[in-house]
Design a binder for this molecule. Structure first.
Ligand SMILES: O=C([O-])CC(=O)C(=O)O
Ligand SMILES: [Mg+2]
Length: 576
């Protein structure tokens, strides 16, 4: 059967390109991505005949290969004369682009060059990103993507992703149908209200879904055509943007309350109607006051995943489990103090408590008591319970009032200190010295993004702890030399988790995300930390290995999904 399909594709669909590796549709009848809809009755996928050729082909980022089009392809696809005569390999193209990118001094210029490439030659963009992941991740992703969002209006040239604004209310399904791809597997959606630790960037938050989905492909192997970045523009309360002549979004204050809920509801219903229930919807960078409610409301009806709550939790739990190999003790034997009680803080705290509860067979309420959170009003204690937002209430333990982080560190004596407040420079010298005074090896995680919002720098953490901290950050930091020794901080970023997690979810056909799947992802990541990594003080494996790591995570997540009886069907292995 497969050979028949190949012959038909080769002979009957004149404009399907002769791409190397697995670029052409490879699945045969009803392939995984649904792009090849040929059936045994109708042997040719109806729309393959409309793939561009000639001039339009060069302007189609999905199929354009630039100077790498072979002589044969130039002949077949009416490209003669449209390209200079030289034919170069993709390897040479890669070397040239990397050379050019390295000439740029500013990270934002590098970001713009990468976005141009993505919009001009998608295959080359991903090849470059895969082959140079450690160098390019900080460009297309955190931290540079944060600056790009702040300046999105000024640097905007070609639109990426789908913008759905309040103007489209009542017509969201029609807007989804304007997107050229039909077989979507993963949507990353933001409303731009809490972009990294940078706050409300309104419609300019689009950089985040675009960046996250680039990683779904480069790190996780989900094909680009199956990824859909979406920004919901419900207005912005950012005065600077509202007055910025280059701002690209609606010039009105944010919709709230029922208007917001109705708009989100229409969006969620339209997604399910258009793409079915196996499309993964990843919520990204929503404000706390909406993020928890959206996850609770749609967690039972849709395949939803909040990266800031659940992805961050999974990556941090993996880092902690790995850190225990360096520091000793079990999860339950440690005491945790968080600065920041929002999505990341409470999400991580809850997953640690869940894992602790599984390990010790103790009720989760008991396990929560090992975990303390500080917010802008001080330590979260039971006397504050009435006035707390609902997601903070489980963390209100018996304790007298403590007004600030330093006092909380001295009162609680944590072994693990985790920063998730989105505010930079809050792990002061006094704080780091205090936790280092009663721990031989304090675990310190400065998770807020981007770099400017990190609770402390790597250099500060190692210097103030006299080289004793087991340290990781959300944004990348260079290795630090302290007292003649090199310390390499790990990057506790959800990029380790979501591409593999999402891949596992969609390939298993799961229709709901379950906490056990997050634990499975976390466990798979922790297993990937090698002795060599530990010897360098690292609690995460290097990103250079990320595709293998993501595949491992995906397999563990899919296995868990099957174990939970989640996917409606077990995988089918076709006989051809
Ligand atoms: O995007 C990142 O680097 C991590 C993340 O989700 C956030 O900080 O909101
Ligand atoms: Mg995020």
């Amino acid at each position: 059967m497969e050979s028949t399909m190949k012959e038909i594709r080769g002979g009957g669909a004149p404009c399907v390109l002769d791409m190397d590796d697995a670029a052409t549709v490879g699945g045969g009848v009803e392939d995984t991505y649904g792009e090849d809809r040929a059936t045994e009755e109708q042997l040719v996928t109806p729309w393959t005949v409309s793939v561009a050729s000639g001039y339009n082909l060069l302007r189609d980022p999905r199929y354009n290969k630039g100077l790498a089009f072979t002589e044969k392809e130039r002949e077949t696809h009416y490209l003669r004369g449209l390209l200079p005569p030289t034919v170069i390999s993709q390897e040479l193209q890669e070397r040239k682009i990397m050379h050019n990118i390295r000439q740029y001094q500013l990270p934002l210029q590098r970001y713009m060059a990468m976005m141009d490439l993505q919009e001009g030659n998608e295959r080359l963009f991903y090849k470059l990103l895969i082959d140079n992941v450690e160098e390019l991740l900080p460009i297309v992703y955190t931290p540079t993507v944060g600056e790009a969002c702040q300046k999105y209006g000024s640097i905007f040239s070609r639109p990426q992703g789908l913008y759905i604004s309040l103007k489209e209310k009542g017509k969201i399904l029609e807007v989804l149908k304007n997107w050229p791809e039909r077989s979507i597997q993963v949507i990353v959606v933001t409303d731009g209200e809490r972009i990294l630790g940078l706050g409300d960037l309104g419609c300019q938050g689009m950089g985040i879904p675009v960046g996250k989905l680039s990683l779904y492909t480069a790190l996780g192997g989900v094909r680009p055509s199956a990824c859909l970045p979406i920004t919901l523009d419900v207005g912005t309360n950012n005065e600077e943007l509202l007055n910025d002549e280059f701002y690209i979004g609606l010039r009105q204050r944010r919709a709230i309350g029922q208007e917001y809920a109705d708009f989100l509801h229409e969006f969620m219903a339209a997604v399910k109607q258009n793409y079915g229930e196996k499309v993964l919807i990843q919520f990204e960078d929503f404000a706390n006051h909406n993020a928890f409610d959206l996850l609770a409301r749609y967690g039972t009806t849709h395949l939803v995943f909040n990266d800031d709550i659940q992805g961050t939790a999974s990556v941090v739990l993996a880092g902690l489990v790995a850190a225990l190999k360096l520091v000793g003790g079990t999860l339950a034997e440690h005491t945790y103090l968080f600065l920041g009680a929002g999505e990341a803080g409470t999400g991580i705290a809850e997953l640690i408590a869940l894992e602790m509860s599984r390990q010790t067979k103790t009720p989760i309420d008991e396990c929560r008591k090992k975990i303390w959170l500080v917010d802008s009003k001080g330590l979260i204690v039971s006397a504050r319970k009435e006035s707390l937002q609902h997601f903070k209430k489980p963390w209100a333990h018996e304790h007298e009032h403590v007004g600030n982080l330093l006092d909380a560190v001295n009162a609680i004596k944590p072994t693990v200190l985790i920063g998730t407040s989105g505010k930079g420079q809050t792990f002061t010298q006094e704080v780091v010295e205090a936790i280092s005074s009663f721990n031989e090896m304090p675990i310190i995680l400065a998770l807020s993004n981007p770099t400017s919002q990190a609770e402390c720098t790597a250099e500060q953490a190692y210097t103030w702890s006299k080289g004793r901290a087991v340290f990781a950050t959300g944004s990348p930091f260079d290795p630090v030399e302290y007292n003649g020794k090199i310390y390499v901080p790990g990057q506790a970023n959800n990029a380790y988790i979501f591409p593999g997690f999402g891949l596992g979810v969609v390939m298993s056909g799961a229709i709901r995300v379950h906490d056990d799947m997050l634990l499975a992802a976390s466990e798979a990541l922790a297993q990937q930390v090698t002795q060599e990594n530990f010897d360098k003080g690292l609690i995460y494996p290097p990103f250079s290995n990320i595709r293998k790591i993501s595949a491992h995570i995906a397999a563990n997540v899919a296995a868990k999904a099957y174990e939970l009886g989640q996917p409606p069907h077990l995988p089918m292995f076709s006989s051809y």
